[in-house]
Design a protein around this ligand. Structure first.
Ligand SMILES: [Zn+2]
Ligand SMILES: [Zn+2]
Length: 274
């Protein structure tokens, strides 16, 4: 595999899989920011599942984050430390060194998903926040993806495919994809809730921030204070700025594959119905 193909394939993968997380898991499944045809919903969900774990787990955790933002019950608030908010919360540590090592591990999240699934198979009850996504429980695809060991099997298939295509270089490529995607997603929890970064255009009574420079690495998710003010908004960069996820949602709408993107009243186009 030459370096150009390696880099191009990496870019395409992190964009597509990243949009599965930001447009799919976050704006569509968690916040119902727009409606779309079923195959679009399935594709976005599967792209997110390739790196983000069970959609019901992700959505349940994220809805808890919105109802308890930066309170003690918030699963990943950085009020317990920047690195705890970034990655430490996933392994239950406030130790910055352990959290940094976990963040740099690339496949660490996949290992934790396997551990959680094994514990569920041994009878450990799913966490209460799973009750926060009764809507997703109605869908067969979501229930299948939440079945213990389905996510680890999906990851094992990625490893086998990467090895089959390019051997050790393929595994390195996949590791770099997961390393970027996990840290991109976690940076919204850490950087975009950390007082030293960005600004807070809305008084949301939490630590959330708009951090425009992080937007290209997070598909527009870093306008996070605006998102906390208007969680259902399909567009996060409400006051301008790069928001690739919003451009994709708008593109899907223009193609007739999605519709009804929700925007706060004052940010709707003048000719739009209320
Ligand atoms: Zn937040
Ligand atoms: Zn959200």
């Amino acid at each position: 595999m030459n370096a150009m193909i390696f880099a191009l394939a990496w870019l395409v993968a992190v964009q597509l899989l990243g949009l599965g997380n930001t447009v799919g898991y976050h704006r569509l499944l968690t916040h119902r920011a727009f409606a779309c045809r079923a195959p679009v919903r399935w594709c976005l969900t599967l792209l997110g599942a390739l790196h983000g774990g069970s959609p019901m787990v992700w959505v349940g955790l994220h809805r808890l984050h919105h109802t308890k933002s930066d309170a003690p019950e918030d699963p990943h608030t950085p009020t317990k430390g920047f690195w705890h908010g970034h990655a430490g919360w996933l392994i239950g540590t406030t130790n910055p060194l352990l959290a940094v090592l976990f963040a740099a591990s690339g496949f660490g999240q996949q290992a934790m998903i396997l551990v959680t699934d094994l514990r569920r198979l041994l009878g450990r009850r799913p966490a209460d926040w799973l009750q926060l996504c009764p809507d997703l429980r109605q869908e067969r695809l979501m229930r299948v993806l939440d079945t213990p060991l389905v996510m680890p099997a999906l990851f094992a298939a990625q490893l086998a495919l990467a090895w089959g295509v390019a051997g050790g270089l393929g595994i390195l490529w996949l590791w770099l994809v997961h390393l970027f995607l996990t840290n991109s997603s976690w940076s919204v929890n850490s950087v975009c809730h950390w007082p030293a970064f960005g600004h807070q255009p809305w008084d949301t009574k939490d630590w959330s921030r708009d951090v425009p420079w992080l937007s290209p690495l997070t598909n527009g998710e870093s306008f996070h204070n605006s998102h906390h003010r208007y969680p259902r908004s399909a567009r996060h960069a409400l006051q301008g700025g790069a928001d690739l996820s919003w451009l994709v949602i708008r593109g899907l709408c223009r193609l007739g594959l999605a519709w009804d993107p929700w925007l706060p009243r004052q940010f709707r186009p003048r000719d739009a119905a209320n």
